[in-house]
Structure formats: structure tokens, C-alpha cells
Design a protein around this ligand. Structure first.
Ligand code: ADP
Length: 239
């Protein structure tokens, strides 16, 4: 990639991120000022506004975490702390934290996680982060689709995890770029995002010696899959 391309990508990224930071901030400021003005006496409405402020602050926090992760990856300071954990519980915990978000959108998350998944050595929080990213994309890109499914399966020497949606799908030309830094498919840009989630997820899975990939049919939906080996080989971040 030539310097001009890199510069263009960098300034597009800065403009994206600024927009992504500004819109929740704008909403937080607007609702806070309304509350401070004393024009919202009804406690029910106050609670509603506070819930929006809370949600938007969380979104801001997530974006800042992604930026910090990216900076750690770039400088080789990104660390994975593996411990033996019940992988089925890790998957379920990650899914459970999305029940509220899904039901707000009138969606359900179906879970197919076998009871007998083993303990494996992973960084549980980082694996949850990957599932959360795949699930939040699945929900974000489900165009009124009612259901998102999370399934897991024990194979010979690995655990396979899949997040399946029936949303807008991904154009064929976007498929090779999904896991690149800052990448967002053109027709999904309006839904926001900094294009960092899949890039960070790939680094996390590869640091565990696993693989991550996507399959999709435009207009029908997408399946994101990743594996975690049972006997962890020495994986590492290559950046
Ligand atoms: P973002 O935070 O922008 O969503 P990601 O790295 O998580 O960044 O995703 C990159 C891009 O991949 C998205 O902007 C979107 O174009 C596409 N994408 C990811 N997941 C899905 C999905 N489940 N359905 C359709 N498009 C998706």
C-alpha cells in the first residue's frame, strides 16, 4: 500500500471515529441538559432518559476500549491471559449479556450449546469479547430478522462456535476484507461502527491458535464461525 493510500485510510478512520464518538456524546449531552433544565418532571420519563444516557455511555466506552485494543495490537502490548475455563459457561455468559439488547429490538437469541463442552485454556474475557462483537453485529445487521442463533460443537481437537443471523448479508466483494482494520462494507456504513471489531476478534482467536471466518448470502444472512483448539498450540499475535 502506498503512503497516499495509507494517509487516505488514516484520515477516513479519524473522521469515522470522530463521528462515532460524537453521536453518543451528542445524545448524552442533549438528554443531560433536558434533565438539568427541570423540564422533565415525570419520574418515568426521567428514568427513560437516564437509560438512554447509560446506554450511550456504554457505547462510548466500548469504542474507546476498541481503540485501546488496536493501539496495544499495533505496539505488541496486547496480552492474552489463559486459564482453564468451562468454555460452555463462557459462551453462555456472553450470550446472556445480550438478552436485553435483543429483546429491545423484538429479537430472540437461540442457544444451542452442548452441556458436555470441556474445560479449555483460554482467556475467558477475550473470548467473551469476540462473541459479543459477533453478536452485536448479528443484531445490528438483522433487518427485522426475529432470530439470531449461537451454537457450539465439540469436534476432534477443537470447539467450534457459530453466530448465525438472517440479516442483510455481506456482498461477495466485501468478504475478503471483513477482518481488515477499519473495514466496513459500503451498504452497511449507515449503521455505524469503526470497523475494528472483526479485526480485533481475529487477533484474539489467532492468539489462541484458532481460526475465524465468515460465510454469507446477501439478502439472506451471515454465519460467523471460530474455533478454539483443545490442546493449545503456542499462538501469538503477529503484529
Ligand atoms: P463495525 O464496528 O464497523 O461493525 P466490524 O469489524 O465488527 O466493525 O465489522 C466490519 C464490517 O463487516 C461491518 O461494518 C459490516 O459491513 C460487516 N459485517 C460484520 N458482521 C456482519 C453481519 N453479521 N452481517 C452483515 N455485515 C456484517
Amino acid at each position: 500500500m502506498c503512503i497516499r493510500d495509507r494517509d487516505a485510510m488514516k484520515s477516513e478512520f479519524i473522521s469515522n471515529v470522530s463521528h462515532e464518538l460524537r453521536s453518543p456524546l451528542h445524545s448524552i449531552r442533549g438528554f443531560t441538559r433536558l434533565m438539568l433544565s427541570g423540564k422533565v418532571p415525570d419520574p418515568e420519563t426521567q428514568r427513560e432518559f437516564l437509560a438512554i444516557i447509560d446506554q450511550q455511555s456504554e457505547q462510548l466506552g466500548r469504542l474507546i476500549d476498541s481503540l485501546l485494543d488496536m493501539s496495544r495490537l499495533e505496539s505488541g502490548r496486547f496480552q492474552i491471559q489463559k486459564q482453564p475455563v468451562a468454555i460452555g459457561e463462557v459462551i453462555h455468559d456472553a450470550v446472556e449479556s445480550f438478552y436485553g439488547v435483543a429483546s429491545e429490538k423484538g429479537m430472540v437469541i437461540e442457544e444451542d450449546i452442548p452441556q458436555d463442552l470441556p474445560e479449555i485454556e483460554v482467556d475467558g474475557n477475550r473470548v467473551k469479547q469476540v462473541i459479543a462483537n459477533l453478536l452485536s453485529n448479528a443484531i445490528k445487521f438483522s433487518n427485522g430478522g426475529r432470530e439470531v442463533k449461537v451454537r457450539a460443537e465439540l469436534r476432534d481437537n477443537e470447539v467450534l462456535v457459530q453466530v448465525i443471523d438472517h440479516g442483510i448479508g455481506i456482498p461477495e466483494q466485501a468478504m475478503p476484507h471483513l477482518f481488515e482494520r477499519f473495514y466496513r462494507a459500503k451498504d452497511s456504513m449507515a449503521r455505524g461502527g469503526a470497523g475494528l471489531g472483526l479485526y480485533i476478534s481475529k487477533q484474539i482467536i489467532e492468539a489462541h491458535g484458532g481460526r475465524i471466518w465468515a460465510e454469507s448470502q446477501p439478502g439472506k444472512g451471515s454465519t460467523f464461525s471460530f474455533t478454539l483448539p483443545l490442546n493449545q498450540a503456542q499462538g501469538g499475535c503477529d503484529e
